[in-house]
Design a protein around this ligand. Structure first.
Ligand SMILES: C[S@@+](CC[C@H](N)C(=O)[O-])C[C@H]1O[C@@H](n2cnc3c(N)ncnc32)[C@H](O)[C@@H]1O
Length: 214
């Protein structure tokens, strides 16, 4: 499914607090200096246009959020939405999440990892490009604090099943725990833009939650 063109960025908005590059992230890692305070940190991998980031940051001001989005134009779009709403508890980094996890995020530093509708890479020869690969799921387990959770949603049943098998094989995460579909009470009451598209298009959504054992 193609993606609609994004509206032009508003160059009058100061994005310095909401949009970072990989090189602007603290190394060694320091979430406090990035988000200005100590709070539980949730990471969304592949945050796209940022619907989850802006809804979650507004609904849960006590939590810090970091969106990681490899496409700079989508990262910019999501950061602009955060800046416009004055959400100081959320930042988007335009970077490859595999690298952020591998090189920066320390053990037991995250409360939650969110992965919603990662690119499916349908062709057999491209499947090795999928985000949910062995090195990454090991990094998710390592970076989650005990009791922390992973949310993984996709519309691609084969990707869902393969990932569940991979998680069972190479991690000790508890799950899959069932996640119920919630009714959408208004046009943007979906977890992400892709969930909205799938549900409006009558496409199935597979959801699972995993927990790092305490
Ligand atoms: C299919 S879209 C889903 C976007 C959003 N999660 C949603 O549900 O609406 C997948 C997103 O993941 C991003 N992405 C793919 N690989 C990535 C990586 N290695 N690191 C960060 N973002 C990545 C893509 O650029 C794209 O925006």
């Amino acid at each position: 499914m193609g993606r609609r063109a994004l509206r032009k960025p508003d160059t009058t908005i100061d994005l310095s607090a909401h949009l970072k590059t990989f090189d602007q992230l603290p190394s060694p890692w320091n979430a406090e200096s990035l988000l200005g305070r100590v709070a539980p940190l949730e990471v969304e991998v592949g945050s796209g246009k940022g619907l989850f980031m802006r809804s979650a940051a507004a609904q849960r001001p006590e939590t810090n959020f970091l969106g990681i989005e490899v496409s700079r134009k989508y990262a910019l779009f999501a950061a602009e939405a955060l800046a416009k709403r004055g959400l100081s508890n959320a930042v988007v980094v335009a970077a490859d999440a595999l690298r952020v996890f591998d090189e920066l995020l320390p053990d037991a530093s995250l409360a939650v990892v969110h992965v919603y509708f990662p690119d499916p890479w349908w062709k057999k020869r491209h499947k090795k490009r999928r985000l949910m690969r062995e090195s990454f799921v090991r990094d998710v387990q390592r970076t989650l604090r005990p009791g922390g959770s992973l949310h993984f949603w996709t519309d691609v049943e084969e990707y869902f099943q393969t990932t569940l098998e991979l998680l069972a094989e190479v991690t000790a995460l508890e799950g899959p725990l069932e996640v119920a579909e919630t009714p959408a009470e208004h046009d943007m009451a979906y977890r992400t833009h892709f969930e909205r598209r799938m549900r409006l298009g009558q496409r199935p959504v597979h959801r699972a939650k995993f927990r790092r054992r305490a």
